[in-house]
Write a protein that binds this ligand. Structure first.
Ligand code: ARG
Length: 259
């Protein structure tokens, strides 16, 4: 009898997931169903994913300005699940041109948005698709549920092999600003988002930057920065897709579109 109880107890312990602390998965998220985020782009150097992005036109990826690297050998992988190995669904490009927002400010992190022109045209199929820009640029209300995905650092401290996603909710700028005093100003061009459950830490992390934040089904923001990752009460900060940015994106694409 007691041995039965003991066995039951042991098996219960085995199914309780260990608590995780510190910088983490896309922290607290889970692996996506392969190719269920067909607009996700992995921006890599030497097969390491440094940033995410979203395919917004067949030759254009939208990401964060702080993802610009002056080094060559950058590649953009579309259609990936495991981005650092070859998969048959993948389409791989080089960056023909970087268009960081001219008002990007590295220290204040304002205007952290950039377009990449690829050196070829993506073929749209089941695995590679466009993420449409929002047609309304209204602000996103606190409490709105959002999702984000990336190949960034997980709770193990290492980047994820597979694309992972998590769910977040928008927090108001005032309360967000109170967490970022002495750090930076949270402007109306930014959105803050945190795990929906106080006890389950979840967040974007290093390597997830540039990836899309999708709120109530609409492309709403871009992973930009955070103080640490997955810290208690510490929201992550996203560039908000405001009207000003959408106009800038449309202008750049139409000016630099191949004939
Ligand atoms: N700046 C990071 C990157 O380059 C992303 C940070 C997001 N951090 C966060 N805690 N939400 O990948």
């Amino acid at each position: 009898m007691t041995s039965h109880l003991l066995a039951l107890l042991l098996s219960l312990i085995a199914v309780i997931p260990p608590q995780r602390y510190g910088c983490t998965d896309i922290i607290g998220g889970r692996v996506v169903r392969p190719h269920s985020w067909p607009y996700m782009a992995a921006i890599q150097r030497k097969n390491l994913t440094e940033c995410g992005g979203a395919l917004v036109e067949k030759q254009w990826v939208l990401t964060a300005a702080h993802c610009q690297s002056n080094k060559s050998e950058v590649r953009v992988v579309l259609g990936a699940h495991q981005a650092s190995i070859a998969e048959k669904e993948q389409q791989i490009f080089k960056v023909m041109h970087y268009f960081p927002n001219p008002q990007f400010d590295r220290s204040s992190k304002e205007n952290d948005i950039m377009l990449l022109k690829l050196n070829g045209i993506a073929k749209l199929n089941k695995f590679v698709q466009l993420l449409p820009l929002p047609d309304s640029c209204e602000d996103i209300e606190p409490g709105t549920m959002c999702k984000v995905a990336g190949w960034g650092v997980t709770s193990s401290g290492k980047p994820s092999k597979y694309l992972r996603k998590t769910t977040l909710k928008i927090v108001g700028r005032k309360s967000c600003q109170s967490k970022y005093v002495n750090y930076t100003k949270i402007t109306s061009n930014m959105l803050c988002a945190i795990g929906k459950n106080k006890f389950l830490k979840t967040d974007a992390c290093q390597g997830d930057s540039g990836g899309p934040l999708i709120c109530a089904g609409r492309y709403s923001g871009i992973v930009s920065f955070g103080k640490g990752c997955g810290r208690r009460d510490m929201p992550g900060v996203y560039t908000r897709l405001t009207e000003k940015y959408i106009d800038w994106i449309k202008k750049i694409i139409s000016l630099h579109r191949d004939p």
